[in-house]
Design a binder for this molecule. Structure first.
Ligand code: SAM
Length: 250
């Protein structure tokens, strides 16, 4: 059975699309996507030899060797332009996912891709910024807690396919009930859709971030340096902003 995390990534794949799962490891996601009838065929890409072999084994054991191509290569290199209409990348840092997309873009490998379903482990803001800067619009964001870890899943389509959702709208500054302004930077950090419909995992994530920042603040308080004072003020302001935002959410 798939983890709830990968199940939620799977649910972002449009029915009937051709999916490429990059950094597929055991190929659990493409195997489940094909076996469940969601997609007719898939590509599993892996750069490292161990996970590549694991993906080959996973596909062979599922008896899906004819419909899932397992390929070894870096990022989107494994794709022919136009081959996949949905790309999934899960379980890596946001910066690595953004660099894979960047390189794929310059190689023309995003041609024909309509949907991106991405699950960064950290650095979600980096990925949101990449999407925003490259003409992709978030159509959904999910956050869940599993086995003590919190995961976010970002789903994006191209601006022209976003059916009325625009980045302008998604990242427009707005004022919370208490007067705090949610600006673009904060929306990139916290997620425009997640902020609209926060769940328990969202609150847990940001309570955790507050605790981390407070830890940094405590260690800086022991420092006598002038530069530490500036940094302290910055962090204190960051904490206040998060606290105020959380207090104003439904
Ligand atoms: N996607 C699976 C999941 O979410 O459970 C596996 C995640 S695993 C933590 C990350 C995988 O990405 C590793 O198997 C690693 O070899 C692969 N990977 C890292 N960088 C990559 C790249 N540039 N291209 C392809 N695969 C990559």
């Amino acid at each position: 059975k798939l983890s709830n995390r990968l199940q939620l990534v799977l649910e972002q794949i449009p029915q009937g699309s051709t999916v490429a799962d990059i950094g597929s490891d055991h190929a659990l996601l493409p195997v489940a996507a094909v076996a469940s009838g969601r997609v007719p065929s898939a590509v599993a890409g892996e750069v490292n030899p161990g996970p590549f072999e694991a993906a080959r084994r996973g596909v062979a054991e599922a008896g899906l060797g004819k419909v899932i191509a397992v390929r070894r290569g870096d990022g989107l290199e494994v794709l022919e332009p136009g081959e996949a209409d949905c790309i999934t990348i899960a379980g890596m840092g946001g910066a690595l996912i953004a660099s894979i997309l960047d390189r794929g873009l310059s190689l023309g490998k995003l041609e024909g891709v309509k949907t991106l379903a991405l699950q960064p482990n950290v650095g979600e803001d980096i990925l949101r910024r990449w999407l925003l800067n490259h003409g992709w619009v978030l159509t959904a964001e999910h956050i869940l807690e599993e086995d003590g870890k919190i995961y976010e899943i970002l789903t994006a389509v191209r601006e022209e396919d976003a059916e009325g959702i625009t980045n302008e709208q998604l990242y427009r500054d707005f004022q919370l009930a208490g007067g705090t302004v949610c600006d673009r930077e904060l929306l990139l950090e916290m997620g425009p859709w997640l902020l609209q419909a926060p769940n328990a995992a969202f609150f847990a994530k940001w309570q955790g971030e507050i605790a981390k920042l407070q830890g940094i603040l405590t260690s800086l308080t022991r420092s006598e340096q002038v530069s530490a004072e500036e940094r302290r003020n910055q962090i204190a302001a960051q904490i206040n902003q998060i606290v105020e935002v959380l207090a104003c959410l439904p």
